[in-house]
Design a protein around this ligand. Structure first.
Ligand SMILES: C[S@@+](CC[C@H](N)C(=O)[O-])C[C@H]1O[C@@H](n2cnc3c(N)ncnc32)[C@H](O)[C@@H]1O
Length: 219
């Protein structure tokens, strides 16, 4: 999945991954994490997710990174905000209120940008990447977020080969392989996610397990 693939998806409005609703596992589980207000949350591969708006209502600052400037513009436009824009290296930064979105490549992000982050919210980021890129993604994330930061990961698993991703199925074993050496991994909730995924149902997925994980760095 190269950059051109995602730019094209946004240009052609093929954004079935985008949800109007706030993700139900975020709503249910995030408040139980007890994270202090006014702390920063990092959202990798952010799209124009409305979950960022909800995180801000919980008192967080939200730092996102997203390849597509279409997504970034629409995020602020739909929120009725006119962001301030600046540049830093390969990134264009759009900021308004609690939101700071870096438009550019996640893999080029500097740890310094994320130094105040206490948590990562990964929905449809890891599972958007093909198998060969996931280890690099997990290593990069672990390298650029502060040691104390937790990762709240939502991953889906469905019968291999039912559709061609993205999104790709990522099993519990794979999450363990990707993150297990660096993080303690706790399964917070597993549910049948098919009812909430009209898009994937239409594409031919017959069974969908959606799991929320909490990752805490090993001492
Ligand atoms: C499946 S979508 C998920 C978006 C969002 N997390 C959500 O829940 O709606 C994946 C997003 O990652 C972006 N993306 C893909 N590769 C990226 C990269 N290397 N750096 C930054 N963003 C990337 C795509 O443009 C796309 O918006």
């Amino acid at each position: 999945m190269d950059k051109a693939f995602w730019h094209e998806r946004w240009q052609r409005r093929e954004i079935g991954f985008h949800q109007q609703r706030i993700h139900s596992q975020l709503l249910r589980v995030w408040p139980k994490l007890g994270l202090p207000q006014e702390t920063a949350v990092f959202v990798p591969l952010a799209g124009k997710s409305r979950d960022m708006v909800w995180l801000a209502t919980q008192g967080h600052r939200v730092i996102g990174v997203e390849l597509s400037d279409v997504a970034v513009r629409e995020f602020f436009g739909e929120g009725g905000q006119v962001p301030n824009r600046s540049s830093a290296g390969a990134f264009e930064i759009s900021s308004a209120g609690p939101f700071e979105l870096y438009c550019g490549d996640f893999f080029e992000l500097d740890a310094d940008v994320l130094k105040d982050v206490v948590a990562v919210y990964d929905r449809a980021a890891l599972i958007a990447l093909p198998p060969g890129m996931r280890a690099y993604y997990a290593e990069t994330l672990a390298r650029i977020v502060p040691r104390e930061a937790i990762i709240f990961l939502i991953a889906i698993d469905y019968p291999e080969g039912e559709i061609s991703g993205p999104p790709f199925p990522v099993s519990r074993d794979e999450v363990q392989r990707l993150y297990g050496d660096t993080f303690e991994i706790e399964v917070l909730e597993t549910r049948d996610g098919l009812a909430d995924s009209d898009n994937l149902k239409k594409r031919g997925v017959t069974r969908l397990e959606e799991t929320a994980y909490l990752l805490r760095r090993r001492a």
